[in-house]
Design a protein. Structure first.
Length: 74
C-alpha cells in the first residue's frame, strides 16, 4: 500500500499560464532533477519539515531547498 501525501505541491503560475519554477527544474540535469524530486517527495510525505529543507516565506507559502551539483542551492 502506497503512503498518502500529506501535502500537495502547487507551482507558481503566471497570469499567462507560465510556470517558471517548474520550467527551471525541468532544465536541470537528470541527476539534479532527481535530487530535487527526492527532496520534494520528502516534504510531501513527511510534512511538517523545517529548516534547512523548508522555510516559510509568507501566508502559507513555503520554499523547499535542495543542494545540487557544483555546491548550488535551489
Amino acid at each position: 500500500m502506497k503512503p498518502e501525501k500529506i501535502i500537495q505541491f502547487i507551482f507558481f503560475k503566471s497570469e499567462k499560464g507560465n510556470m517558471p519554477v517548474r520550467d527551471f527544474l525541468l532544465s536541470l540535469s537528470n541527476d539534479d532533477c532527481d535530487k530535487v524530486g527526492q527532496d520534494l517527495m520528502e516534504v510531501e510525505y513527511g510534512w511538517p519539515i523545517g529548516m534547512p529543507k523548508c522555510r516559510l516565506l509568507r501566508n502559507g507559502i513555503y520554499e523547499v531547498r535542495s543542494s545540487i551539483s557544483q555546491n548550488r542551492l535551489v
